[in-house]
Design a protein around this ligand. Sequence first.
Ligand SMILES: [Zn+2]
Length: 321
Amino acid sequence: MSSVSRRRFLTLGGSGLAAVGVSAYSLTQAAETVSGAGANWPPTPTPLPTQPPTPPPRPIEPRGRETVALLPGSPYQVDGVAIHSGKPGPCVMVLGGVHGNEPGGWFAAEAIADWELTTGSLLVLPRVNWRAAAIVERTLPEIGDINRAYPGNASGTPAQRIAHAIVEAGREFQPELLFDLHESWVFFQERGANSGTAFIGQTVAIGGGANDGTVDRVANVVRMVNDQISPREEFYLRGAATPRPGIQVVPPNNSSGAPRPSATPGNGVTFNGTSSLSLGQWIKGCVPILVEMGQRDQAERRRSQLHQMLVRTTLEQSRMM
Ligand SMILES: [Zn+2]
């Protein structure tokens, strides 16, 4: 069974009638083939990735919205929405709620799921780890950490299965950017001598595979958003190999904060490891952007607003809104 199903539920404008269920269909490019899931229990911890093949061009979807479900029918089903402008343009993907105790990210993603576009498509999965979000915990022991599970494994742990389904959805929708909306505790600029994931608030990390032009685009978005917010709220850009004017850049190999980037000779940055920053390896043409919003002394509502500002400014710069 495919780990992604889609159902068009509303057509906006243009083509007339609203509504209408359509097909759930199968993906043809599953990342790996694993047979006899039952026989593979317990799963091996090592994922079985293959490099993504060059995908055929993404078709222009008719204007409207459709529900998207990952792992449909499973206890870990992830619900989302795909928003289509009906016009050619890029696709952007947004993940919220990968960690259940980071509500600024999932509230933002839920708001984003109601946006409308002028070009391109947007795939939003607001509460990826909804079971954890329901109890406001980072995750559940029986699920595991989705953001340490990429590229996933179709017959692995729940976190690996969810991660695998996210990769499959990415291969289907072919986003050029993927926002993963997270929260940290301490603001990066207030971290002092501390390091680790609890001290990377107000950072925007750009994943491996980004060329200089994409880094410039993301840097420009950070600059535009920073111009509209207070000095304390300003974002640092993590993962750019060289300085960018007007913003604070945290270069690769900085010891503060995991997931840790590492420099590659030549072209900047790759992100090793299994966080969403590695997704460019598995979703061809996609640059992941991991936002970490500081929770300390920053209201949840404001955190959600700032997440949305980053995504909205990006879409506006891409002429999608
Ligand atoms: Zn997180």
